[in-house]
Design a protein around this ligand. Structure first.
Ligand code: ARG
Length: 419
């Protein structure tokens, strides 16, 4: 019985290819939607595969610009790294994909949308919450979560139904990729004692196979966002892509962590994020130069909160919007140029300059002629130290009645017996 249209988020891989046929068998027409967020797949082939399997429409959209402007840049302004380590590569693309699933469902008059996530991941949570936040009455199907096929069952099903099995090299890893990095899971990585094998990585070189000379780059920031690389102004998509290449060549951007998943268990996760790692590092250094001390301190807590919202699927929450307003304000003065050295898997900030610098050389210098008022130090210390000195007078070892003001014989025994 015909049940209507379903819009399926289609990666072109085996799971979602089988899902097209499976949904058709359940009585649905399937419209596939593939978001181009900078992943290295042949999108034309992906579209053809969807239509060949039987999709009634296959839609591929270049969303790289929108991904960068509406998701990556706000996250960068917020220095968003989940648990201080993961730049949210996959997590940031899900609200965007969800938004278009909902829009296409509207345009196509679909009865539901569908995704290929399993029941153990967090992408299912993000996609379902984000899509329903935008279109509350939307039904979301998760065929891969429901059908309990093993990989072999899936391949058998694909063969039986004439579904072309994507001709990728047999890989033990589960990969998700976009401009903001590459997430690598499963296979040998499930053992936290095993060093990630070289074949897990594709956009970063092994640090022992990188150029023997350091490379210096300069990133210009305006309002907390990068606007130029090595003096050349670039749009966000090009800048991230170029930085991925340069830093990746030096083996910069590998992350290996035990991550606390939203679905309750700890997971070993490996990422390659050359551009995010360098940009976050460079911008944080520039913030130290341009932002007030208390703002930096308060902001650190909110950065973790922001990252957590993106991670747990709360992208479209009022708290995230309010935090955006905070970070936009805080980033207004984060302008300047950061010089970074890339060498053998490491990036190091080696130079900073900013028109908004709060670093004043005349105050900081130890050379003669500085403008710091040395004589104020005495009064400052008296008042600044007053609470501590008062406390110690009342509770500490140097009580007046013990005669601390009298001179004593300075041998260890006398000192210890007295104090
Ligand atoms: N642990 C990461 C996250 O939750 C990576 C997810 C990768 N997704 C995937 N479908 N392979 O954001």
């Amino acid at each position: 019985m015909y049940k209507g249209k379903v819009v399926l988020a289609y990666s072109g891989g085996l799971d979602t290819s089988v899902a097209i046929k499976w949904l058709m068998d359940q009585g649905y027409d399937v419209v596939t939607f593939t978001a181009d967020v900078g992943q290295t797949v042949d999108l034309e082939a992906c579209k053809e595969r969807a239509l060949f399997i039987g999709a009634c429409n296959a839609c591929v959209m270049d969303l790289k610009d929108e991904f960068v402007h509406d998701f990556v840049w706000p996250a960068l302004k917020a220095n968003a790294m989940y648990q201080g380590t993961y730049p949210l590569t996959s997590a940031l693309s899900r609200p965007l994909i969800s938004k278009y699933l909902a829009k296409i469902a509207d345009a196509e008059g679909a009865v539901a949308v569908a995704h290929g996530c399993t029941g153990k991941g967090q992408d299912q949570v993000r996609i379902e919450i984000c899509a329903r936040a935008l279109k509350p009455d939307l039904k979301v199907f998760a065929p891969v979560r429901d059908w309990h096929f093993s990989r072999d069952d899936e391949i058998d099903y694909a063969k039986e139904h004439g579904i072309p099995i994507p001709v990728t090299k047999k890989s033990p890893y589960s990969i998700d990729e976009n401009l903001w990095g590459r997430s690598i899971e499963c296979g040998p990585l499930e053992d936290p004692w095993t060093e990630p094998p070289s074949d897990a990585f594709t956009i970063t070189a092994d640090p022992w196979n990188t150029p023997n000379d350091p490379e210096y780059i300069e990133i210009a920031f305006k309002g907390g966002l990068p606007i130029a690389l090595n003096g050349i102004e670039m749009d966000g998509v090009s800048l991230i892509a170029r930085l991925n290449e340069i830093a990746g060549k030096h083996g910069v951007g590998r992350i290996d962590m035990i991550e606390d998943r939203l679905v309750g268990f700890k997971s070993r996760e490996v990422y390659e994020c050359p551009a995010p790692v360098v940009l976050l590092q460079a911008k944080k250094a520039l913030e130290k130069m341009t932002l007030a001390k208390d703002l930096i301190a308060v902001k650190a807590d909110l950065e973790l909160k922001y990252a957590e919202l993106a991670y747990v699927g709360y992208w479209f929450s009022p708290l995230r919007e309010a935090l955006d307003a905070f970070f936009n304000q805080a980033q207004k003065v984060v302008n300047g140029v950061v010089r970074v050295r890339l060498y053998k898997g490491q990036s190091v900030v080696v130079g900073l300059k900013s028109p908004n610098s709060l670093y004043v050389n005349d105050l900081a210098t130890y050379s003669s002629g500085d403008t710091f008022d040395h004589s104020s130090a005495v009064g400052f210390i008296n008042i600044w130290g007053l609470p501590i000195i008062t406390w110690k007078q009342v509770h500490g070892f140097a009580k007046k009645e013990d005669g601390y003001e009298n001179s004593v014989v300075l041998d260890k025994e006398t000192i210890n017996s007295k104090y």
